[in-house]
Design a protein around this ligand. Structure first.
Ligand SMILES: [Zn+2]
Length: 63
């Protein structure tokens, strides 16, 4: 990825641009400027999505 390319927030479903890097240096944020978008909430969101994607009932196969 070229330097300066717009990075998108990695929060599941979020398409906002990631927050700009700190002017004093440091790693570039992977999340946008929303306070609720951070590593913890993103992890919880993924867990929720994963459990939602898993069918709670088995499909009955008729043959
Ligand atoms: Zn976000």
């Amino acid at each position: 990825m070229p330097e300066g390319a717009t990075k998108i927030c990695i929060y599941p479903g979020c398409e906002r641009p990631a927050a700009p890097a700190h002017p004093q240096g440091g790693p570039r944020p992977a999340f946008c400027d929303l306070e609720e978008h951070n590593a913890l909430t993103a992890h919880q969101k993924r867990q929720r999505l994963a459990s939602a994607a898993t069918p709670e009932h088995e499909e009955i196969q008729s043959g």
